[in-house]
Design a protein around this ligand. Structure first.
Ligand code: SAH
Ligand code: SF4
Ligand code: F3S
Length: 440
């Protein structure tokens, strides 16, 4: 038998890309590839890209530039671009970077084996269609291959919300939910392979409405179905839209023990004027009311959010509304970005605000968010948490894992294995992690 071909995948962007990369590696396994950790010996390099902000997209071209020496050293090396830049720019990528052999959009990954064969035959391959099928059903899995204790599982993809700044509805297409039975089958398979925690993924995961045994299931129904999977200990989901937090999902946060007390609920801005211009279809007040209901159902929930500053027409007063909303919510974790104009989106034509002003706002917002994150981390000292241990720590005998609140926790853990869940008392708070001692 000939040696397997080597595949190197580099992943950018959101967790959905991480999941897609795993599935692409498994699919190309069927074409004789094994995944390797470095590009130098690869027979194929695949960049799984992100288009969300200008910097993310431009990075791909400099990364392709860095691949040139590998191609020069090995003219048989195939170079592919997948993900949201592939979808958004298509053929343009091959024009700008002629050494690219393959361009594949996120909805066409099941066609990778055929595309690979074409490339192997010396042709270029391009596919950025939006077919009406569940691509994952046509992507072979490698059952039994063991895995770490946590996994992502895409249940919903695409977005119909069309926020004025966002490329996702164009790069991922319309909202599509996968059927319940396929998700359950995949979840059981992951559990058999060692997974204890599954994070359900979707660009708008709480708009999930997949076909189930008795009609469509909501995300809450899906969570309750997964709750019955033996061996699965923890469930998370991301990313949610404030308008799709229905009563059943909020109630599940109080009632489902496997559902972890952590919620990522992006708000983007605290100014109703800006939210309207962003086409977010919620107000600061309606967002705060959702938070109130979630906290009533699950008082200890840790909240996380996304923010954009410097959106066109944002004034200092609008920005202060965002700061005020942050003070009211108190986030344990957050991501904040300076607005980046994206070609093809409705906001792209609008004039930018003064960029030094936007930089300054971003700094002030990030200082406040960091302060809240640190305070909440400190408030964990003395508390008992449960930790799912994932890997050895830097120091001999230590293990690192995540608490139910998604804090990284490390502890001296003799005899603890990957995948064990233990009670831990938090004793110190460091910059991005907590130190704990095992209680049992
Ligand atoms: N579906 C999620 C977010 C997807 S994109 C939601 O509904 O919120 C992840 C984050 O990137 C967004 O929440 C937003 O904060 C940020 N983002 C998206 N487009 C952006 C842009 N043009 N400029 C800056 N940040 C952006
Ligand atoms: Fe983008 Fe808005 Fe859809 Fe989130 S809800 S993916 S920000 S368009
Ligand atoms: Fe980026 Fe596409 Fe995800 S644009 S954030 S990789 S959906």
């Amino acid at each position: 038998m000939s040696d397997p071909k080597k595949l190197f995948i580099k992943t950018y962007g959101c967790q959905m890309n991480v999941y897609d990369s795993e599935r692409m590696a498994e699919t190309l396994g069927g074409s004789g590839y094994v995944e390797v950790k470095t590009p130098d010996e690869a027979d194929m390099i695949l960049l799984n890209t992100c288009h969300i902000r200008e910097k993310a997209a431009e990075k791909i071209y400099s990364e392709l530039g860095r691949m040139r020496p590998f191609k020069e050293a090995n003219p048989d090396l195939k170079i592919g671009v997948a993900g949201c830049v592939a979808q958004a720019e298509g053929e343009e990528i091959m024009r700008r970077q002629p050494m690219v052999d393959l361009v594949v959009g996120p909805q066409s990954y099941h066609k990778l084996p055929a595309m690979e064969a074409k490339v192997e035959a010396g042709e270029k391959a391009l596919d950025t269609d939006f077919p009406e099928e569940d691509k994952f059903e046509h992507m072979p899995k490698r059952p039994k291959a063991s895995r770490g204790p946590t996994a992502f599982l895409t249940v919903q993809e695409g977005c119909d919300k069309f926020c004025a700044f966002c490329v996702v509805p164009y790069t991922r297409g319309a909202e599509v939910s996968r059927p319940v039975d396929r998700i359950l089958t995949e979840a059981r398979d992951l559990v058999e392979r060692g997974v204890r925690e599954i994070t359900l993924l979707g660009q708008n995961v709480n708009a999930y409405h997949g076909a189930g045994p008795n009609g469509d299931h909501t995300l809450a129904d899906l969570i309750w179905a997964l709750d019955k999977v033996d061996g699965l200990e923890r469930i998370r989901f991301t990313t949610s839209h404030p308008n799709d937090m229905d009563d059943a999902l909020i109630a599940a946060h109080g009632e489902c023990e496997k559902l972890m007390p952590y919620l990522h609920l992006p708000v983007q801005s605290g100014s109703d004027k800006i939210l309207k211009r962003m086409n977010r279809s919620h107000t600061a007040e309606s967002y705060l009311r959702v938070i109130e209901r979630i906290r009533a159902a699950r008082p200890d929930i840790l909240l996380s959010g996304d923010f954009i500053v410097g959106f066109p027409e944002e004034t200092e007063a609008d920005f202060q509304d965002t700061m005020e909303l942050v003070r009211q919510v108190r986030y344990g974790q957050a991501y904040s970005f300076k607005y980046s104009s994206r070609p093809g989106t409705p906001a792209a034509a609008r004039p930018l605000v003064d960029q030094s002003e936007a930089d300054d706002r971003l700094q002030r917002l990030q200082a406040l968010l960091t302060e809240q994150q640190t305070e909440i981390q400190h408030s964990m000292i003395g508390r008992e948490v449960s930790v799912l241990f994932e890997k050895p720590g830097r120091i001999e005998g230590q293990m690192i894992g995540k608490s139910q609140y998604l804090h990284a926790v490390f502890a001296d853990a003799p005899g603890v294995e990957r995948g064990d869940i233990r009670r831990v008392k938090i004793v110190e708070s460091e910059k991005n992690s907590l130190k704990g001692v095992l209680l049992d």
